[in-house]
Unconditional design. Structure first.
Length: 282
């Protein structure tokens, strides 16, 4: 999790303003807001684990998946999803899956759980792209080897590419892992309208992905699942994608998206690595 020395240094920034790196700015209230964001997600995980609530959505700012154990990075101060996953483990959950469909690779989440088989980290992301991590060969270390699964996708990928990534890699790995809680790093910056990414997802794709992940959560996690907001820099596509994702997660009402004619190179590379450790991956 986060290094206590980093947390102490972050606390000393309360009331300050300035850049921590070229991409990460803090205002006077940023540290307090980041702590509230992470804490609210912990509270939501408690509500999900204690029932009767089984699903939730956390619309958090700042986002979190770039925050490393000892460093803020990429608009992120605290790694919200990692904090929530660690809290679930402390509550007795033995297997947490983090599915990250943000257009950027969640390098911080990957690093935090790099050697921990209790958390499966699965990411689809544009590559090459910021932050420069997330190659298919990055699979974890020691006891955590195989529990990091990256699906790097070339710019321009649309709904069919993501369906292929999910059907060939993400969903089979999730089914084999049998998570007891699923957390989705739900970035909406892979949208065709987003100004930062170069992917081409429609709102329907986010609904379909959420529906399919919820299906897996229903099989092994008693339906326990949370969408946690990460990136998304066009408000129109953020609203539309989030609406479809919520509907897909909660009701299963999500239209199918096209399947991919042919083979995507990034998906094939990811599948070749994932099938070494997970059954059902083609």
């Amino acid at each position: 999790m986060h290094d206590p020395r980093f947390l102490d240094a972050l606390s000393r920034l309360r009331g300050e303003a300035g850049y921590l790196d070229p991409d990460t700015y803090v205002s006077a209230d940023s540290v307090e807001v980041a702590r509230l964001a992470a804490g609210s997600l912990v509270a939501m995980v408690d509500a999900i684990l204690d029932g009767p609530t089984k699903k939730g959505a956390a619309l958090l700012r700042p986002p979190g998946h770039h925050a490393r154990p000892s460093r803020a990075m990429g608009f992120c101060l605290l790694n919200n999803v990692a904090v929530a996953a660690a809290h679930a483990l402390s509550r007795g959950i033995e297997r947490v899956a983090v599915v990250d469909w943000d257009v950027h690779h969640g390098n911080g989440t990957q690093e935090i759980f790099w050697s921990d088989p209790r958390v499966l980290y699965v990411s689809t992301h544009q590559s090459p792209f910021y932050p420069g991590t997330g190659d298919a060969e990055e699979v974890g270390h020691a006891e955590g080897k195989g529990y990091t699964v990256n699906v790097p996708l070339a710019a321009g990928g649309g709904d069919a590419v993501y369906r292929s990534a999910f059907e060939r890699v993400v969903l089979p790995v999730l089914e084999a892992y049998r998570p007891e809680l699923v957390l989705v790093s739900a970035g909406f910056d892979a949208s065709v309208r987003d100004p930062l990414g170069q992917m081409e997802l429609t709102p329907q794709a986010f609904g379909w992905m959420a529906r399919e992940v919820a299906r897996i959560a229903g099989q092994s996690a008693g339906g326990r699942m949370a969408l946690v907001l990460e990136g998304g820099y066009d408000l129109t596509s953020l609203e539309a994608g989030l609406e479809r994702a919520l509907d897909g997660m909660l009701s299963g009402r999500a239209a199918d998206i096209p399947s991919l004619p042919g083979t995507d190179a990034g998906v094939s590379r990811a599948a070749s690595w994932a099938k070494k450790g997970w059954s059902g991956v083609d």
